[in-house]
Design a protein around this ligand. Structure first.
Ligand code: ADP
Ligand code: ADP
Length: 224
């Protein structure tokens, strides 16, 4: 039951390969770390999956859908199946926490009452319901990342991508972020985390680890 499949996927910027000839099969419900040094192609791999970039070669199937073929006006529909979390959070600073999370559902045309209920439920799960009316810059890094997770999961996406989500957090907040992602994995979401936090990766027993070196898939291991 594959949710993400890649067939000989490459992405070039000019003459340089950011990722090269990647073939990958990810089953629904997997929890995967994408590791490798800075510049190895981890971000690019994620961007190809959520269509922030298009592959120069190869094919990518998400949920059986060939994403190279989908037109730009269909991209938002694909994005709704995927929640994305970044190292620098990418929250809107002059909107409330509530509004940041609600935006996803508003864009999807969800009814106001449903939006209120769902946003507040997710904020409670993340332990930040009391921050609903606060603005992101007034929160700690760990709290901001929890808002970002809330935004990523509020639409119940089947896939959650996290690009160095703990890169700017202390160990305690990093572990908390990982714990929340594991909770969503327990509920069936497929999780991909790009990280070079070895300590965090080795503490996550359930994960499969994929490693990139110079854009090439260097090996995949299942830790158990
Ligand atoms: P990582 O996330 O593992 O640090 P990236 O996917 O960001 O790696 O980058 C992989 C390679 O592609 C690097 O050599 C990087 O410099 C290059 N690259 C990434 N994005 C661009 C871009 N927009 N333009 C040109 N080169 C890029
Ligand atoms: P805007 O920047 O558009 O004014 P707001 O942050 O004021 O966004 O909120 C947008 C919507 O979310 C409004 O309908 C508001 O009533 C609702 N809302 C804002 N904060 C909360 C909250 N803490 N609990 C429930 N609903 C909220």
């Amino acid at each position: 039951d594959s949710i993400i499949r890649m067939f000989n996927v490459s992405k070039r910027y000019g003459k340089k390969h950011a990722v090269k000839d990647i073939s990958l099969d990810i089953a629904a419900g997997e929890f995967i770390f994408v590791t490798g040094p800075s510049g190895a192609g981890k971000s690019t791999l994620m961007k190809l999956i959520y269509l922030a970039e298009r592959a120069t070669q190869g094919q990518i199937l998400i949920d059986g859908m060939n994403i190279d073929r989908i037109s730009y006006d269909r991209v938002p529909f694909l994005r709704r199946r995927i929640g994305v979390i970044f190292q620098d959070f990418k929250l809107i600073p002059n909107r409330s926490v509530f509004a940041n999370v609600a935006l996803v559902l508003e864009a999807a045309g969800v009814k106001q009452l449903t939006i209120k209920n769902r946003v507040m439920t997710v904020l409670k799960t993340m332990g930040i319901a009391d921050k609903a009316n606060a603005f992101p810059p007034s929160l700690s890094g760990g709290e901001q990342q929890r808002v970002a997770i809330a935004r990523a999961v509020v639409g119940n996406p089947r896939i959650i991508l996290a690009d160095e989500p703990t890169g700017s957090l202390d160990n305690r907040s990093a572990q908390m972020v990982l714990d929340y992602l594991m909770q969503y994995n327990d509920r069936g979401a497929t999780i991909l985390i790009a990280s070079h936090n070895i300590q965090l990766i080795s503490s996550t027993v359930r994960a499969r680890s994929i490693s990139l070196v110079d854009g090439v898939l260097a090996g995949t291991a299942r830790m158990l």
